[in-house]
Design a protein around this ligand. Structure first.
Ligand SMILES: *Cc1c(COP(=O)(O)O)cnc(C)c1O
Length: 397
């Protein structure tokens, strides 16, 4: 059934896991077992204990490896578990260079945990290659990238960064949560470890928390497998099944959401209450050319800036359709307020330095009809406009 030459959409449905070899079941069986009977006293079977390996988890791990163009995949109990386990590849005295507007949880892991273990870090603007070159130190072991970044959708040049990293003897980790392998495959561009919060687009239905990693190099795979088993933050089988189920529709979901996101981004550019729109699909978005060299789509997440926190409050209160919540990448549109949500772990001063303004909102576009979403927005903007007018009138009395 499986053919690696098939296109991505086909491989989502027909892969090595699409039919259970023992029973012919077309849905991966959920192996609810912690341990496995061993037939011989001296030679154990392929599986012995589910933390070390479980057939349901393995089905998901092989699937993500194939979709990312890797040789091995790993499933974790959350995106943060995947990221934190990958960081365990580092040792005391090592240094990591990291995108400055990285996911808030990753920021917290680096600044509050790794730091205690004697791992040094420098946050930089990874969209600036010269800055990367200047900041690589003798002990830099990892360059950690999110592109597009969160929440400003900054673009970093993966191919050139991976090349720089290789020349300096360090690994490149890429958090590919925003685009997924449907739109961007960092391993093909030279990255060493691809990480995912599978909680987002990969599973796509806001019903599971999960993390994934994929690598191409066998020696690195062995080290990560050792760490996964040692640290033990593995994904439970029921959740593995949910992720596998969500994955089948990844391509159609992300294509549809992306198309709507493009329409909505262009609409937001015409709204007077919106000071700025951040979306790689807009031609004037910085790095847009690099983005389309390394990926085949602009994704379904965009951010936009209103004048201040008051305008945000009014806007959010008036909206009816999007869920106002943390998270992204689901069938329902999700509106987030980075200053108080994804980046709440970052001190205000650090946040503002990174451009995460009090008027900034992030929208992950779902599968609703975009006309309904825009109509909903239009209504909310009208109220923001009316309130501003009242303020101005009072001001001029
Ligand atoms: C959500 C998210 C994470 C963390 O994943 P969890 O599954 O919530 O642990 C990491 N990186 C990015 C870009 C995310 O959006």
């Amino acid at each position: 059934m499986s053919n690696r030459n098939h296109r991505f959409e086909t491989r989502l449905i027909h892969n090595d896991q699409s039919v259970d070899k023992q029973t012919g079941a077309v849905s991966v069986p959920v192996h609810h077992t912690s341990t496995f009977h061993q037939s011989y006293i001296e030679s154990f079977g392929k599986y012995d204990y589910s933390r070390s390996g479980n057939p349901t988890r393995e089905a998901l791990e092989e699937t993500i490896a194939q979709l990312e163009g890797g040789s091995s995949g790993f499933a974790f109990s959350s995106g943060m578990a995947a990221i934190s386990t990958a960081f365990l590849l580092l040792s005391k005295g090592d240094h990591v260079l990291i995108s400055e507007d990285v996911y808030g949880g990753t920021y917290r892991m680096v600044t509050e945990v790794l730091q205690r273990f004697g791992i040094e870090y420098t946050f930089i603007d990874t969209s600036d290659l010269t800055e990367i070159k200047q900041k690589i130190k003798q002990n830099t072991k990892v360059i950690y990238i999110e592109t597009p970044s969160n929440p400003l959708l900054k673009i970093s040049d993966l191919q050139r960064i991976c090349q720089l990293a290789k020349e300096s003897g360090c690994l490149t980790f890429v958090d590919n949560t925003f685009l997924t392998p449907a739109l961007q495959r960092p391993l093909d561009l030279g990255a060493d470890v691809v990480l995912h919060s599978a909680t987002k687009f990969i599973s796509g239905h806001s019903d599971v928390v999960a993390g994934l990693a994929a690598v191409r190099d066998d020696a690195l795979a062995e080290r990560l497998a050792f760490l996964q088993n040692t640290f033990g933050a593995v994904l439970g089988v029921q959740d593995c099944w949910l992720v596998l189920r969500g994955l089948k529709t990844l391509h159609v979901r992300i294509q549809q959401s992306q198309q709507s996101a493009e329409t909505i981004a262009r609409y937001l550019e015409t709204v007077s209450e919106v000071e700025k729109v951040y979306y790689p699909g807009l031609k004037k978005h910085p790095g847009s050319e690099i983005h389309f060299r390394q990926s085949n789509g602009s994704g379904a997440v965009l951010s936009f800036r209103l004048s201040n926190a008051d305008a945000v409050k009014t806007f959010v209160t008036e909206l009816k359709i999007p869920v106002f919540a943390v998270s992204l990448g689901a069938v329902e549109s999700i509106l987030s307020y980075p200053a108080k949500m994804s980046h709440a772990a970052m001190p205000k001063e650090e946040r503002e330095k990174r451009g995460i303004h009090d008027g900034l909102l992030r929208l992950s576009v779902g599968l609703e009809n975009p006309d309904d979403l825009m109509k909903d927005f239009e209504g909310a903007f009208k109220t923001v406009r009316a309130k501003n007018k009242v303020k101005q009138d009072i001001g001029s009395i």
